[in-house]
Design a binder for this molecule. Structure first.
Ligand code: PMP
Length: 364
């Protein structure tokens, strides 16, 4: 007897490792490993989720009408150009399954979000890595790797885990250099946090072109990671193809209800962004004052590089912090042996982290 064998390429996938959620000690535990919102979801979203319990006998609205209308109104978009998904992960995966087949290539940058190689391989295609320059995606390096086999380019903007971003001008240059048959996937999971005049999530670029899509999520600034809701804005032809491939009821009743309420609660979203506006620069400054190298970030997280000295490296720091109830994200899978990523937490966690790292670096 021969055992069932997955399609070629499936067993080459390095399984995605999510952020840890347990600590080794600490009076209170702060999970700072998955870029979740320290403010949690809107109370209105929570109430809508609970009220949805009365509707569980029914299938969800497969077209996600109310949510798409709320998003269209909020962002000034045409409702027909939006598709919702079970997290933006599902939409990125759908893009891969809809556009890639065996023999195709898809490009992502060196430190791009780790799911890209997973979903490209899962679709039977080959991930092509474009090196980064100074921990930023490099437009020329991406364009140099385009061949007739390339079907998709994934760009996280801002990128996780570096926190760096490309200006809209650079994204436009990237798009302008792509052949028309290549789709540029702008993954804007952290767009809500970015306060830079030269940044745009990609709405205009999508509106003007047949080969650009933008994905967004409710998991970060909206504080609804547990519900799994994301959305994609794209040209009609691509939306039509994705709708054929997706499951008919891919976003649950409760997820749709909570997400609609979340979109309508602009005050809560603003509060989450304002919290980040205060604590992202604070933490960057304090960590640098300890002598640590921190990559400039426009997201809700920071990449911290540790000294290359015995007792002071990232794995030791991760263990030390874990004993104090602070869960950070090891970056080995991304190729950063000596860095940790930390999500911006509540004030108490941010202050605890700085105090704990001062102790770690001083005592080690
Ligand atoms: N893109 C990026 C860059 C991310 O960091 C994440 C979450 N880690 C996602 C997409 C997926 O988010 P979700 O599926 O929760 O919408």
């Amino acid at each position: 007897m021969t055992a069932p064998t997955p399609r070629p390429g499936i067993l080459d996938i390095a399984p995605y490792v999510p952020g840890r959620d347990t600590a080794d000690g600490g009076a209170r535990v702060f999970k700072l490993s998955s870029n979740e919102s320290p403010l949690g979801p809107s109370e209105k979203a929570r109430a809508a989720y609970i009220a949805a319990a009365d509707d569980l006998v029914r299938y969800p609205d497969g077209g996600c009408w109310a949510l798409r209308e709320a998003l269209a109104a909020r962002h000034g978009l045409n409702v027909d150009n939006i598709i919702c998904g079970n997290g933006s992960d599902e939409l990125l995966t759908l893009m891969a399954h809809t556009f890639l087949t065996h023999g195709d290539e898809a490009i992502h940058s060196q430190y791009g979000f780790l799911m890209y190689p997973v979903i490209i391989r899962a679709a039977g295609a080959k991930p092509v890595v474009a090196p980064e320059t100074n921990l930023r995606a490099d437009v020329d390096a991406i364009l140099e790797r385009v061949t007739e086999k390339t079907k998709l380019v994934f760009l996280a903007n801002p990128n996780n885990p570096t926190g760096s971003y490309l200006s809209m001008e650079e994204v436009r240059r990237l798009h302008a250099g792509l052949p028309e048959h290549v789709v540029l996937v702008l993954d804007a999971a952290y767009a809500e946090y970015v306060k830079r005049n030269d940044y745009e999530a990609g709405i205009e670029l999508v509106s003007q072109n047949a080969n650009v899509v933008m994905t967004r999520t409710f998991s970060k600034a909206y504080g609804l990671a547990g519900l799994r809701v994301g959305w994609l804005y794209g040209p009609a032809g691509i939306i039509d193809a994705l709708n054929r491939v997706r499951g008919p009821f891919n976003v649950s009743v409760a997820a749709q209800a909570a997400a609609v309420a979340a979109v309508e609660d602009a005050a809560h979203l603003n509060a989450a962004v304002e919290h980040n506006d205060v604590w992202l620069p604070w933490l960057t400054k304090e960590l640098r004052a300890l002598g640590l190298e921190v990559t400039d970030s426009v997201g809700n997280f920071l990449l911290i590089h540790f000294p290359d000295e015995d007792g002071k490296r990232a794995p030791e720091a991760e263990r030390f912090l874990s004993h104090r109830g602070l869960i950070l994200r090891g970056m080995k899978e991304y190729g950063f042996e000596n860095a940790l990523r930390v999500s911006i937490g509540p004030e108490e966690a941010n202050r605890l982290l700085v105090a704990a790292l001062a102790e770690f670096l001083g005592a080690a």
